[in-house]
Design a protein around this ligand. Structure first.
Ligand SMILES: [Zn+2]
Length: 338
């Protein structure tokens, strides 16, 4: 089935990114021990930097999503608790002849960002406390009021998307007051009648040469559409291709896109926090015309997932994820009936 697209640009993946994309489609589950380690790290960095731990967590999580999206240029150790990556020259200072400097005072002299966060007198780029504290200290430079932090983020990343992302992650961590927000749900009720197959990359009929960047789930008008993840409503409204559509950002920096809806849940608005399984709208056939156009194709949910890679967003095939969420939900449904 033809459909969608939005302001996104689709790129072909270079081969060295294929490994990263495989990890992408199923962001590895994190064991609870790791969450506890992270929480302790964030609380200690919060004390030292004057930021609250939710904010420290948000910076670290944003860094982690960038490290996952760019494993070649941002290599971080498997055992690392922090997701932060700082280049040698940023750490030591551009003009520092010691490119791998770990002396806090010479780093400061050469205006590197490297700091000692662990209190051992050494600024070690590969150490969780030092790396995370160094970035947190940069972000807190302008002050720790919310507006100051947005400026601090801008000064550090020089990227409006990065600022938006960290702020969204802060909202999520503050709202739930925990780090583990990893659950998922299938976007339609399992008891409804629906069908879908893999349609990744098929050509589609409306609006010129575009390939299909998602999975179409066919179902009847009015079937509830649910959020697949914990996230923030980043976009909601009409688009000539997608019709009534809604976009939700999760903590893995994935953008979940639901299109051709007949309408939205009445309470849902931009900036809202949603959880897996929460109803966000209803299946329809909107799109391919002026606002409100319906019925140019059979009703279905177009579901797409995009990964933010810092400057651009890349679509990847959500079909395997959908099958997995469907299977997992079915399993837990069965278990709860016994
Ligand atoms: Zn579609």
């Amino acid at each position: 089935m033809a459909c969608v697209s939005s302001a996104f640009v689709l790129f072909l993946l270079p081969f060295d990114d294929l490994g990263a994309m495989a990890a992408t489609s199923a962001d590895k589950s994190v064991d609870t021990g790791m969450y506890e380690k992270r929480r302790l790290l964030y609380e200690s960095i919060a004390l030292k930097s004057g930021l609250d731990w939710h904010f420290v967590a948000a910076i670290d999580q944003y860094e982690r999503t960038m490290s996952r999206a760019h494993p070649k240029t941002r290599p971080i150790s498997e055992n690392a608790v922090s997701g932060v990556y700082v280049t040698e020259s940023d750490w030591s200072g551009d003009l520092n002849p010691e490119t791998n400097d770990s002396n806090p005072s010479s780093i400061r002299f050469f205006r590197g960002i490297g700091r000692d966060g662990s209190g051992d007198g050494v600024a070690d780029r590969r150490k969780d406390e030092d790396a995370l504290f160094s970035v947190a200290a940069q972000v807190a430079k302008q002050g720790s009021a919310e507006d100051d932090l947005a400026i601090g983020l801008w000064e550090y990343y020089h990227n409006t998307r990065a600022v938006q992302r960290v702020m969204q992650f802060v909202m999520l961590y503050r709202h739930f007051d925990r780090l583990d927000l990893s659950g998922n749900a299938f976007p339609l009720p399992l008891e409804s009648t629906y069908s879908f197959r893999s349609t990744w990359g098929n050509s589609r009929g409306w609006g010129g040469k575009r390939i299909h960047e998602g999975t179409d789930i066919f179902a009847n008008y009015g079937v509830p559409v649910k959020s697949t993840c914990y996230g923030v409503v980043e976009m909601k409204g009409w688009n000539a291709f997608g019709g009534w559509r809604i976009g939700i950002r999760d903590l893995n920096n994935l953008y979940h896109y639901y299109a051709h809806l007949s309408g939205f849940d009445k309470k849902i608005k931009m900036g809202d926090i949603v959880r897996p399984g929460q109803v966000i709208g209803y299946v329809g056939s909107s799109g391919y015309g002026r606002p409100g156009t319906q019925g140019k194709f059979p009703p279905h949910l177009h579901y797409g997932v995009y990964r933010d890679r810092g400057l651009v967003e890349w679509a990847f095939d959500p079909y395997p994820l959908l099958r997995r969420w469907e299977r997992e939900e079915l399993k837990s449904l069965k278990a709860s009936k016994h």
